[in-house]
Design a protein around this ligand. Sequence first.
Ligand code: KG4
Ligand code: ZN
Length: 345
Amino acid sequence: MERKDDAPILGIESSCDETAAAVLAPDGRILAERVLSQIADHAAFGGVVPEIAARAHLSALDTMVKDALREAGVGFLDLAAIAATAGPGLIGGLLVGTGYAKGAALAAGVPYLAINHLEAHALTARLPSVGQVEFPYLLLLLSGGHSQCVAVEGVGRYRLLGATLDDAVGEAFDKTAKLLGLPYPGGPALEALAREGDAKAVKLPRPLLGREGCDFSFSGLKTAIAQLLAAEPPGALPRQHAADIAASFQASVTDILGDRLSHALAMLPGAKAVIVAGGVAANLAIRARLGEVAGRAGKTLIAPPLRLCTDNAVMVAWAGIERLRLGKTSALDAPCKPRWPLEAL
Ligand code: KG4
Ligand code: ZN
């Protein structure tokens, strides 16, 4: 069947706790986007429960895709291709998203694209509405599952400059927030509480600060806070004390990230820009520090709008467009890969 040059692409994301679908024109214009967060389904457990996530994706995805297609004014047969996150992530959700995408691609007779979730975050900076950033650039991916510093040299060409040795930065926020009795997900709640606190009130470690390279480590910070709290008298923590701990924790993370970015910049002097992505990029103190560090090196910090920083399907569709342009489509028997590092692309 002949397809029009302006045939749009459908993207599907289901690797963690967001079910999302988006339809993009081939030039990257967003025609429709849908995201459904499962936060409420998992809140009672203090973290994402894989089986609950998979079932929630299964019940939501079909409606979300059809709503997105309707809003874009197209049907499956009008599409140029269908892209879905195939990893890394939780296997149940990945199977739901890729199974749906493969079935629809087969039925509509269009190519299927198995997208690496990290690549999708990495290429968001090239969306026309974000910055059309040229290669090479530096990506700081700061989410609940990942903390990585990546040299993005082309589609499918990624060099890992550093990564966390233990917890992801969002995980450190979530665990610290839990220790302080804040609701899940802890990042936004901790940032809000930190505004009332004194960042110098509590002395906390800054693991790896000044060390060669740009690896991260956050678990020592969490342990320090756990020990601090264990020494407190029993009973509720006074609010001001909790706020001081939150502010001191955030200051420590901010110092670590700023220091790591300055090292990463030295490792990729030709970077055209610095991009920050992932839920932690929402944190204003962190954003401000990364902006200062990038500015001192003569680089611009680009932070995509929050809805494109956190998990979404626009980035999956866009990565699909970039791959389709290069003829890099996937076979219908392409597997899901719960572990799928960027360097393996
Ligand atoms: O990228 P994301 O939405 O999901 C994945 O992990 O893939 O990131 C979620 C993480 C959570 O750990 C959450 O606590 C953290 O981002 N986060 C924040 C803030 N908003 C979200 N951390 C610090 N400050 C924030 N304002
Ligand atoms: Zn993500």
